[in-house]
Design a protein around this ligand. Structure first.
Ligand SMILES: [Zn+2]
Ligand SMILES: [Zn+2]
Ligand SMILES: [Zn+2]
Length: 138
């Protein structure tokens, strides 16, 4: 097994297992952030129990190899950390998720810092609406 996922795991100091490679491979090709449960179901062949998937995902996220994503419900999702700070917009009808590369909330954060005295302000924002396909249907 020598591919980019093996190199990535080694680079981040993780033991290389078939299951871990599969998790990373699946995440990179996902069209939207995935929950541990979804990954576990899709990777039934990798013979990893849900707890192991969950543990691996959290270790990967702590190391910065993947990113945690919140989409406004109770589930923690994960995505391949291919790019830096960005946001997501979720369709109210079909659940489709699109990436929003643009973020101009820094000015607001500075404003909040000035007004509240808070420092090191971060934000977790999820946008939602009707995607193009769903809007066209109605
Ligand atoms: Zn939709
Ligand atoms: Zn994303
Ligand atoms: Zn932002």
């Amino acid at each position: 097994m020598t591919n980019k996922y093996v190199s990535l795991l080694r680079q981040y100091g993780f033991k290389v297992t078939h299951a871990r490679v599969k998790v990373l491979e699946r995440l990179e090709h996902a069209t939207k952030p995935m929950t541990a449960q979804e990954l576990h179901e899709e990777l039934a062949d990798a013979k990893m129990d849900l707890a192991t998937v969950y543990r691996s995902l959290n270790k990967f996220a702590d190391a910065g190899l993947i990113a945690r994503v919140q989409l406004g419900d109770e589930f923690m999702r994960f995505e391949f950390a291919k790019h830096s700070h960005h946001h997501h917009i979720v369709c109210n009808s079909c659940g489709k998720v699109s990436e929003i590369e643009l973020c101009n909330l820094d000015a607001l954060s500075q404003d909040i810092a000035q007004k509240t005295g808070f420092r090191n302000i971060t934000h977790h924002v999820v946008f939602s609406g009707d995607c193009q396909d769903c809007a066209n249907k109605s």
